[in-house]
Design a protein around this ligand. Sequence first.
Ligand code: COA
Length: 320
Amino acid sequence: MRTRIIGTGSCLPEMVVTNDDLSKIMDTSDEWISSRTGIRERRLVKEETTAAMSVTAAERAMKNAGVSPQEIDLIIVGTITGDYVTPSTACEVQAAIGADKAVAFDVNAACSGFMFALHIADAYLKTGIYRTALILGAETLSKIMDWNDRSTCVLFGDGAGAAVVRSDETGLLAYDQGSDGTRGKVLTCQNRKNNNPFVKNPIAFSYTQMDGQEVYKFAVTTVPASIRKVVEAAGLTIEDIDYFALHQANIRIIQSVAKRLKAPEEKFPTSLDHCGNISAASVPILLDEINRKGLLKPGMKIVLSGFGGGLTWGSAVLEW
Ligand code: COA
């Protein structure tokens, strides 16, 4: 049996912030942002929370799958921006949708969070422990951005994406996953406030910091290698793949991956222009967008790939 995605859903916050809006409050321009990243606008939360967007995305995915909350055995949310340290976002989703018998927990693998959640769910389903899982990527990155740092805050957005997975005859064909903690400092967001009176210099919270060029180099080398590996493990060639749904970090990364794989850019759908980078939520939101457009047909071969903080990466080949 294989783990199959049987439904997708997503939720974006209402507020649209364009590059021009940003250029009114900081020294940047639409030209700089769009030419270097492909991002034209992003959605940012006002009242919405990570959990609330996750619940909406989950309900849409369950509706799309034709699955009721009582059928969900497992809920995993990939996130680095849950509303609370505890309870987890997954437990909040469980309560809100009434998935009484589901086991629920979060995974911190930054932009690879949804891919790690998919792989964990696959392991549970393959061993027969659970039959149906709800996996999500959900972020309110606007909470952890330094809005005085134009080199990072213009890149990111908020949102949630979800998928229902179930054991079936086809689905996940192969998986590749990796971590390299030795390079973790190129993309960081340090701890939360600490007022422990017994410690002289308690660690204070600091916003997201990134060495953009190092992250770029990591992405354009690791991602094509991971995709090649997983496609080969599935017994397929790059030409056999119908769509490559990659983490939406930067259009130049996506173009470089396409070039290195010698695959046409038309096979790389994007949501970057209207979403920006939503970390763990990027892949499931993109997947839901192409699913809702009716682009995914049974039998198609799809590559999903996420990469980012940790450093972490994960790629999968699915038969739709
Ligand atoms: N608007 C205008 N100018 C900006 C700017 C902004 N928002 N952000 C930075 N700049 C300036 C810099 O200050 C620098 O100016 P200087 O030359 O006078 O010092 C100049 O633009 C070039 O900055 P640099 O950081 O070298 O740009 P870059 O070409 O490397 O592009 C990124 C920056 C972030 C777009 C690019 O490195 C990137 O996409 N990296 C990958 C990041 C990523 O995807 N991270 C998430 C992975 S999950």
